[in-house]
Design a protein around this ligand. Structure first.
Ligand code: A2P
Length: 329
């Protein structure tokens, strides 16, 4: 299969190359794509070097599938052009996620919605992905009424510039800023731009995307999204109120059985998920599973995943794998 990675020089794009190789995705030819600035640069994949091309050159090379992670502007402009050329696009930007004509997919949750008509498929926001994988089996068993989530998000979610800002601040050198404030030794309660209702765009993404992926608008969600000086992954404190009561041991069993989820929950041995352990892994890790003693039928959990993996590259490639499994690619 001819695979184009649009944004191959970026953080998510290079993680896509790693994940394609690690999962042995059937790549017969790789087409790394980036901006005009990177044209001709070399990218390594499975020990071979490939020259970076522009999006227009990539279309002419007719890949079977194009994995996009080059920002919303690039996706808005180029995804329709790729699709018109018969190339299936799986897009990691927010450009198409809430378009009612496009599917928003986390394979373990709603992979069954994919059909032959889908030529541009949206990959959800990183924070939403790791949350819905965990919500799904709990919703099926107990029916979720309301979710209150607070996030602790890695600087890698912002891109190369943000990782550099953190490193520069640590080294005490002046450099380009990805954030309006220092990130080292700090916490920034703003991810993406503010909306009229006082929430940030990231918070509204978590709310709307959760309803769309779960296929259930009755689940009420509220979110506070926060950037912290960490690189390994995103963490989330999630409070879930159910329609029906639950048994904690059963909750642990349901989560342990959920595909793509690993439970690490052993307070006696100080065992719980942390971003440094999730780093480079494809799974979503859950711990600190406990009853909310302030409210009936409510649960508190702590969820961690590598935002560049399950939150981005891995989920995108799992969508492509699902298309292959269904004979759609
Ligand atoms: P380039 O390296 O040429 O700028 P990150 O979010 O980690 O900063 O990465 C963004 C990715 O998107 C990079 O690979 C970047 O390529 C790519 N990109 C940005 N603008 C365009 C564009 N107009 N066309 C194609 N790729 C783009």
């Amino acid at each position: 299969m001819k695979v184009a990675v649009v944004g191959a020089t970026g953080l998510v794009g290079s993680e896509m190359l790693t994940v394609l190789a690690a999962r042995n995705f059937p790549v017969t030819e790789l087409i790394p794509v980036a901006s005009e600035r990177s044209k001709g640069k070399e990218v390594e994949f499975k020990g071979k070097k490939y020259k970076v091309v522009t999006p227009d050159e990539a279309i002419a090379l007719k890949p079977n599938v194009a994995l996009f992670s080059a920002g919303g502007g690039t996706s808005t402009e180029y995804a329709p052009k790729f699709a018109a050329a018969g190339i299936t696009v799986i897009d990691n930007s927010s450009a198409w996620r809430m378009d009612p004509t496009k599917k928003l997919v986390v394979p373990e949750v709603n992979g069954d919605v994919l059909s032959a008509e889908d030529k541009i498929i949206a990959n959800p926001n990183c924070s939403t992905i790791q949350m819905v994988v965990v919500l799904k089996p709990l919703h099926e068993q107990y029916t979720i009424k309301r979710v209150v989530v607070s996030t602790y998000q890695s600087v890698t979610g912002t891109g190369v510039k943000a990782v550099k800002q953190l490193q520069d601040e640590r080294a005490g050198v002046e450099g380009e800023k990805a954030y309006p404030y220092p990130i080292d030794l700090n916490v920034i309660p703003q991810i993406d731009v503010f909306q009229d209702n006082g929430y940030t765009k990231e918070e509204m993404k978590m709310i709307k995307e959760t309803n769309k992926i779960m296929g259930d608008d009755s689940i009420r969600v509220t979110a506070t999204t926060v950037r912290i000086p960490v690189v390994g992954g995103h963490s989330e404190s999630i409070n879930i109120e159910f329609e029906n009561d639950f048994d904690l041991n059963e909750v642990r069993t349901l989560l342990a059985k959920q595909q793509g989820v690993i439970v690490i929950d052993n307070p006696a041995n100080l065992e719980y998920p942390m971003p440094k352990d999730a780093h480079g892994k494809d799974e979503v890790f859950v711990g600190r599973i406990r009853r909310d003693e302030s409210q009936p039928k409510a649960l508190n959990i702590w969820v961690v995943a590598d935002n560049l993996r399950k939150g981005a590259a891995t989920n995108t490639i799992q969508i492509a794998e699902k298309l292959i499994e269904k004979g759609l690619l």
